[in-house]
Design a binder for this molecule. Structure first.
Ligand code: FAD
Length: 425
């Protein structure tokens, strides 16, 4: 029943995602003599690439300085510094360009295929793997891995065989001289890796929106400010903020969710949140501006609710933030009310009451401890011949193409090392 050509392979890659494919292609292109196999438990490979970036695939980010690039990684930045000096977004662009796939950068730096279609990337990776002679097995779930007595690895693989009228599976033993885990956030795979003596930080979600029920933002879904500053515990983030039906989203919120992923998980996604709707405005400056507005004679008889002091705050939001003052004219607002408004604008207190999903991109933080991996080769420092690439590592990036970039980079580095003459011939 087995449709594996052989049970003995030079290189087995567990996981047919971005990192697994990139590693397999690099390895097989550098050393065409190697027998390279990708095992993918799902019925299709590159599933996340296909749905990524809202179906457009945000392949990478137009940030070409490794030192700057690493600031976009809440976890893994330090370790990626050297890795990005070997393979960075410029190399990703060239890699795809050398295969006739052009990428374009949008004004915020995100890079997509010019076709705006993730199929372009998926097809390119499939074609490149096929051309390089990489074998891909679908419905092949790795159940267990053992280190051989001298070298190499023994795997137990559950291979599903779905045919009309038949739905069977068989457990097949395979052997590999070198093994790469490119299994993303898969928990079972992390358990196997742990059984080899690796330390794993438990996977928790990163990049999510905040559920906040608060009358100050009630009914304002779709309203946004260009530059808000958020604070939660010791973590802060800045950028555009979007009010949604459920609470808050937008780049500032996503950044905070990534940097604070573990803290928020520990707090069960219930935490105070401070919002400065004016970005970096301080309380005293804001109070001065409010006072000037009050003192300006033309304002004296104008309603505060409909005459904002700050053009950067949309009027509907201003109306709700000033609601506590009531139906007063600027001239009638008390000193205490002005101060409270300045506090509201620069340090509004909200409560995160849960997390929502950011549909464009989703990652987990957590995974293999980075100290236990050599970032020149992506080889384990614990077990010879064992490699890691992609999200299985305790690396995650902000939204914007940074997550795929770390998958391409670590996959490429692993591919280099996997292609070198295999242990014991
Ligand atoms: C909706 C969505 C949109 C996204 N959009 C973007 C974007 O536009 N830009 C960006 O940079 N990032 C994006 N990301 C994040 C990005 O997709 C991931 O960071 C990236 O796919 C990680 O690649 P990977 O190869 O490490 O892991 P994965 O893509 O998760 O691949 C791992 C593979 O291993 C397989 N596997 C796991 N365990 C086993 C096993 N035991 N046996 C066999 N197979 C196994 C899994 O089935 C899976 O196919 C998005 C994520 C999501 C969910």
């Amino acid at each position: 029943m087995s449709n594996f050509i052989t049970t003995k392979w030079d290189v087995i890659i567990i996981g047919g995602g971005a990192a697994g494919f990139f590693a397999a292609i690099r390895c097989a292109e550098l050393n065409p003599n190697l027998r390279v196999l990708i095992l993918e438990k799902a019925s299709q490979t590159l599933g996340k690439v296909l749905i990524s970036g809202g179906g457009r695939c945000n392949v990478t980010h137009a940030c070409f300085e490794p030192a700057k690039l690493i600031t976009h990684y809440p976890r893994g930045g330090n370790e990626l510094r050297g890795a990005f000096s070997r393979f960075q977004p410029k190399d990703t662009v060239e890699w795809f360009e050398s295969r006739a796939i052009k990428l374009k950068a949008e004004s915020d730096g995100r890079m997509f295929p010019v076709t705006d279609d993730s199929n372009t990337i998926v097809n390119c990776l499939h074609d490149s793997a096929k051309k390089a002679g990489v074998r891909v097995e679908l419905g092949a779930s790795v159940l267990s891995v053992e280190k051989g007595l001298k070298s190499g690895f023994k795997l137990e693989v559950r291979k599903a065989r779905v045919e009309p009228g038949r739905n069977e599976a068989q457990v097949i033993p395979l052997q590999a001289k070198k093994l790469l885990f490119a299994t993303g956030g898969d928990r079972k795979s992390l358990e196997i890796i742990q059984s080899f003596g690796h330390t794993i930080s438990s996977p928790v979600p990163s990049l999510f929106t905040f559920n906040i029920k608060d009358k100050r933002i009630n009914g304002l879904a779709g309203v946004s400010v260009e530059d808000a500053a958020l604070k939660m515990d010791s973590i802060s983030a800045r950028g555009p903020l979007l009010i949604t039906h459920w609470g808050m989203s937008g780049p500032a919120v996503l950044r905070l969710s990534a940097w604070g992923a573990r803290i928020l998980f520990d707090k069960k996604y219930a935490s105070p949140l401070t919002v400065n709707w004016l970005g970096d405005y301080r309380l005293d400056t804001t109070l001065e501006i409010l006072q000037r507005n009050k003192d300006w004679h033309e304002n004296a008889r104008k309603k505060i609710a409909t005459n904002s002091a700050f053009s950067q705050i949309p009027i509907r939001l201003w109306k709700q933030l000033t609601e506590f003052i009531g139906d007063k004219n600027w001239g009638d607002v008390s000193k205490a009310e002005l101060r409270k408004l300045a506090e509201e604008l620069t340090a509004g207190e909200f409560k995160i009451q849960g997390k929502g999903q950011f549909k464009e991109e989703f990652v987990t933080c957590g995974g293999v401890n980075l100290k236990e991996v050599d970032f020149k080769t992506m080889q384990s420092r614990v077990v010879d011949g064992l490699f890691f690439a992609g999200e299985v590592l305790n690396i995650d990036g902000l939204t914007g193409g940074f997550n795929f970039q770390s998958a391409w980079t670590t996959g490429w580095l692993a591919g280099n090392a996997l292609s070198a003459d295999v242990l014991n011939g």
